[in-house]
Design a protein around this ligand. Structure first.
Ligand code: SF4
Length: 389
C-alpha cells in the first residue's frame, strides 16, 4: 500500500480501487471533499498506471477558429461576437487551407477546428472546408465541431443529427471535439450557458456519432458556480454514456477562467481544486483510458504536476489558441514539442506523440532535444520556431 494512504481517511477507497472495484457517486463526492490531496493523488496514480503504464502523451496539433460569430451569448464566453462587433471574424476556406498548409510544414497531425454558432454560413461551407483540408493531405486528422455546432448546422440545413454527422464524415470529419459540455445539471447550465443545448442533446450527439463508428472526447467546465455534487453528476452521465458506447477516447476537464465574462465569480479554480478534479476524474471514470491535463487552461507547470494526479496526456502544441486567451488565460498560445517532452520526462513518464485517437505515433526514448526528422535534422518543432505560426 502506498504510504500516503496508510493512515488516510481515503484508505478504504484506495483498497477498493486496488481491488478494481468501481466507486459510487457518493464515494466520488467523498474524494472531492477530502483535503488529503496526497492520498487522492496516490489513488489516481494507481488507476492511471494500470491504464497506461509509464507513458504520457501529447499531440502536434493546430487550432483553427473559422469564425467567432455566434447567435448565442453564453455567460461564461469571452470568445463570441455579433456581426456588429468590430473584432468579429470569419475565415474563408482558402484562409483555413493556408493555415493548414503552414501547420503541415511543422509536422502537425491534427487540426482542431471549432467556431461560434454562425448565423448564416451554408452547410456547404463546412463540407467544403473538410474536403479542401483532406485534399491538402489525407493523413491530416480533422477534429472538428462541438455538439452544439452539430445541432446548429443540422437546424440551419434542416437535417437530422445523423444526416448531419454522416455528411460531415463523408466530407472528411475524423472526430468530434468534446467542447460545450460545460456542466450538465440544468440549473447550473442555464446560469452559465443559457440557450445552449441540454445535457441530453449534448450526449445524444456524441451517442449518435459513436453509433456511426466515430470517436470523440468530452469535457467538463469546472470552478465557477457549480458544486462538487454537480461535478459528480456530470461525471456520472459521461461514465454512463461511455459504458453504453465506448466511444470516448479521452476526458478533458477545463478550468473556468474568470476574465471578460458575465459570471459573478472572481477567480477560476485553485491548483488544489484542479489537481483533485483530475484525480477524481481518473478514479471515477474507470472506463476512460485517457485524462488530459489541458496546459492552456492550467498553465504548463500545473499540467505537468497533473501527470502525478491521474492525467496521462498534456494535449497539444496548439499553435494559436483564442478561446481561453480571450477569457484571460496567461499561458502562451503554443508549446513546442521539446517543451512538452521535457515536461513529461521530468514528471517521470515516457513521452509519446499521439494522434487524434490517442494512438502512439512516436516514442521519445532519446534525450530531450535529440528528436530528429526523417532527414536526421532536429525537428522544426524542437527548434522552437513556432513563433511565426
Ligand atoms: S460558448 Fe460557444 S455557443 Fe456559447 S456564446 Fe461562446 S461560441 Fe457561442
Amino acid at each position: 500500500m502506498h504510504y500516503f494512504v496508510q493512515r488516510s481517511e481515503l484508505r478504504d477507497l484506495y483498497e477498493k480501487v486496488a481491488a478494481r472495484e468501481r466507486i459510487s457517486e457518493a464515494e466520488a463526492l467523498r474524494l472531492f471533499e477530502s483535503k488529503d490531496l496526497n492520498a487522492l493523488g496516490a489513488i489516481a496514480d494507481l488507476a492511471r498506471e494500470r491504464k497506461v503504464g509509464d507513458r504520457a502523451s501529447y499531440i502536434l496539433n493546430r487550432y483553427i477558429n473559422y469564425s467567432n460569430y455566434c447567435i448565442l451569448s453564453c455567460q461564461f464566453c469571452a470568445f463570441a461576437r455579433k456581426k456588429r462587433d468590430a473584432d468579429g471574424f470569419q475565415l474563408t476556406v482558402a484562409q483555413i487551407v493556408d493555415k493548414a498548409r503552414e501547420a503541415l510544414s511543422l509536422g502537425v497531425t491534427e487540426l482542431h477546428i471549432v467556431g461560434g454558432l454562425h448565423p448564416s454560413l451554408p452547410f456547404s461551407y463546412y463540407t467544403g472546408m473538410l474536403q479542401a483540408l483532406k485534399a491538402l493531405d489525407a493523413r491530416l486528422q480533422l477534429k472538428c465541431f462541438t455538439a452544439i455546432e452539430i445541432l446548429h448546422l443540422g437546424w440551419l440545413a434542416r437535417k437530422s443529427t445523423e444526416e448531419t454527422l454522416l455528411e460531415l464524415k463523408a466530407a472528411g470529419l475524423d472526430s468530434l471535439t468534446g467542447g460545450g459540455a460545460e456542466i450538465f445539471r440544468p440549473a447550473i447550465r442555464s446560469a452559465i450557458a443559457k440557450g445552449k443545448e441540454s445535457a441530453e442533446e449534448y450526449l445524444d450527439v456524441h451517442r449518435t456519432w459513436h453509433r456511426l463508428g466515430g470517436r470523440s472526447t468530452c469535457t467538463m467546465l469546472y470552478g465557477h458556480v457549480e458544486s462538487l455534487a454537480d461535478r459528480v453528476d456530470h461525471l456520472r452521465q459521461l461514465r454512463a454514456l461511455q459504458d453504453e458506447t465506448h466511444g470516448f477516447v479521452g476526458f478533458v476537464p477545463l478550468p473556468y477562467h474568470a476574465e471578460n465574462n458575465q459570471i459573478p465569480v472572481e477567480h477560476g479554480p485553485t491548483g488544489f481544486d484542479t489537481l483533485r478534479t483530475l484525480a477524481v476524474s481518473r478514479i471515477y471514470l474507470d472506463n476512460f483510458s485517457h485524462i488530459t491535463a489541458y496546459w492552456v487552461g492550467l498553465g504548463m507547470k500545473l499540467a505537468q504536476v497533473g501527470l502525478s494526479y491521474g492525467a496521462d496526456d498534456l494535449h497539444g502544441t496548439i499553435l494559436e489558441e483564442h478561446i481561453f486567451h480571450m477569457a484571460g488565460a496567461q499561458s502562451p498560445q503554443l508549446q513546442t514539442e521539446a517543451e512538452m517532452i521535457k515536461a513529461i520526462r521530468e514528471a517521470g513518464r515516457i513521452p509519446v506523440q499521439r494522434n487524434t485517437f490517442y494512438e502512439p505515433l512516436k516514442y521519445c526514448e532519446s534525450a530531450v532535444g535529440t528528436t530528429q526528422d526523417e532527414n536526421g535534422a532536429p525537428s522544426k518543432l524542437l527548434e522552437g520556431n513556432l513563433a511565426t505560426a
